[in-house]
Design a protein around this ligand. Sequence first.
Ligand code: BEZ
Length: 391
Amino acid sequence: MTFSRRAFLGAAASSALLPRRLFAASGAKLKVGLLLPYSGTYAALGHNITDGMKLAASEHGGKLGGREIEWKAVDDESDPAKAPANVNKLIAGEKVDILTGPVHSGVAMAMMQIVRQENVLTIVTNAGAQAVTGTLCAPHVFRTSFSNWQVSYPCAEVMVKAGHKKAALMFWNYSFGQESMAAFKEGYSKAGGTVVKEIAVPFPSTEFQANLSEIAALKPDAVFVFFAGAGAAKFVKDYADAGLQQKVPLYGSGFLTEGVLAAQGGAADGIRTTLHYADALDNPANKKFREAFKKATGRDADVYAVAGYDAVNALAQALDKVKGDTGAQKELIAALEATRLDSPRGRFRFSKAHNPVQDIYLRQVKGGKEMVLGVAMKDADDPATGCKLGK
Ligand code: BEZ
C-alpha cells in the first residue's frame, strides 16, 4: 500500500488513525482552509463566501461530524502567481483537513494542480473554470457554485429570443472571461446570432470608457459581458454614463449585478442576466437564509454567500455519515456524492463530475431590485467535457 505525502501528514496531524467511533470524541478539531480574496476587486466576494460558511457552521452548532471547526484563512489576492505558495500555506503549513475556495478561476487552476497531487478533500466555492469539473476533475474535488458554461450558455438563447441577433462582447481577459465568452458564442451561433465585436479588458482594469465609445459607434443589438465585484459596479455605471443604458440592452452572467446592485443604483435598471440564484427566489430555504445572513452580518446575502453556505451544509451531511472521520476519504466522497440540499437556490445535487446540477434563472433589475423573470435552463448539467468520473 502506498501513502501520498498528504495522507501521511494528514493521518499524523489530525488523528485520522483513531477508530471511527472515537474520532469525534477525541477532540481533534476539523481544520477548514479558506483560500479566498480578502483584498482587491473580489474582496467582497471572499467575505460573503466566508460569512455564508460561518452562518451554516453556526446553524450546526459550530461542529461538523461532531468536530469543532477551526478556520484557517489565506488572502489569495485573486493572484494566480501566488496561488501555489498560498495553497501550500494551507495544506503543508496548516495541515487543513478540507480546503475550500477560491473565487478566481486562474487561482483555481493553480490550486487544482496541487490538490490533485496532495489528495486533499477540496470544495470549490466559486471559481467557474471548466477544468475543475472537466479535464482536471478528481474524486476528492467538488464544487458548490457553478461552471462557466452553466451561467453563460443559456443567456445566448435569451438574447436571440428577445430579437438581439448582433452582439458585442466585453470581458476581463483571463480564463473565466474567455471561457464565458466561448460558452456564450456556442449558444449564440446555435440560436442564430452573430458576434460583431469582442473586447478583452486586462484583469482587474476598470478603464472601460474607450471601449464603451467603440460599442456606441458600433451600435450592436445588445452587449454580453463578464465583470464581477467592484469592477462590475464601475462597469455598469460607466455604461450608463456613456449613454448606452437606454440604447443598447446589457446582458451578462449574473455576476454583473450580484452583491453590487446598491453601488450601481439606477444605472443597473434593465440589465438582464442568467445565474443559478436570485435574491427574490420564493422558497422557504432562501427566505430563512437571507434573514439569518442579514442578522449575522448586517449585509444582504448574494450568490457568493449561497455557495459558502451550501458547501458547509453539504459537508455537514457527509461528515455526519462518517462521524467526522476525514481519514475515511472514500466513504466521505461517497457521502458527498449522495448530498441533497434544499438550498436557497432551489434543489441541489452534485453531478457525476461533482458540479451542481441546478436551475439557471433569468433575472432582470427593476427599480433597484433583482427580479426573477423565469427559468432560462432547467436542471442545467455542465457537459463536464474531459471528466471520466462516474463513467
Ligand atoms: C471566476 O474567476 O471564476 C469568477 C470570478 C468572479 C465571479 C465569478 C467567477
